[in-house]
Design a protein. Structure first.
Length: 208
């Protein structure tokens, strides 16, 4: 049997491992239950090593929340590929209301972190950053979509549409994640597309 080659983790890899361990612990026992000792044990390191990367538990939690939110946005952006702006917009919407984004673990983490936003300015800043990034992605997709249809839409209208679409996506994401067994296959995705068509004043089936 060939010997497994030794790999010395880089600083970045070690930090990512600690963030992953933090997310796993929070998903299982919540923020209060996820102690530094538990996180260290999950990552297979000492508490002292954790302090080399994060001076406080709050810093580690903030890094974990940022990674959770950026990971969701990146997943949906990657899914939004296609030859036309219509295809990219449709795929982006569907990706936000179907697995792996609609996932019970993601919901548990989101619920654990969301309660910190009104209480912690650092969490509020991360939330704002992720929200604005998501909104910017939606706005870019909408600008391309309307340009493809030679439809003149002002920047103010684009922003309004993006805010409304974000609220629509959030609501359907929550429904599809909390009670997935209540819906038929693709029912949430199809409902999302129909709702977006209505919101953008499109003909039925225009995004299908």
């Amino acid at each position: 049997m060939a010997r497994r080659s030794y790999h010395r983790a880089s600083e970045a890899e070690r930090r990512e491992d600690l963030i992953a361990a933090t997310l796993e612990c929070i998903a299982e026992v919540g923020i209060q239950g996820a102690t530094v000792r538990q996180i260290a044990a999950r990552a297979g390191v000492t508490g002292g090593l954790i302090r080399h990367y994060f001076s406080t538990k709050d810093q580690m939690l903030q890094a974990a929340y940022r990674q959770l939110m950026s990971g969701i946005t990146e997943t949906t952006k990657t899914a939004a590929e296609g030859d036309s702006a219509c295809t990219r917009l449709r795929r982006f919407i569907v990706a936000n209301v179907t697995p792996p984004v609609t996932d019970s673990r993601t919901l548990s983490l989101w619920a654990a972190f969301i309660s910190h936003i009104p209480l912690d300015p650092a969490f509020a800043a991360i939330h704002r950053e992720s929200y604005m990034s998501f909104l910017a992605e939606l706005e870019a997709l909408l600008i391309a979509f309307f340009a493809e249809r030679n439809r003149n839409v002002s920047a103010a209208e684009i922003r309004t549409y993006a805010i409304a679409l974000n609220g629509l996506i959030d609501g359907l994401w929550l429904e599809g994640t909390l009670a997935p067994n209540l819906f038929k296959d693709q029912e949430i995705a199809e409902t999302a597309i129909m709702s977006v068509e209505a919101l953008l004043r499109l003909a039925p089936g225009e995004l299908s």
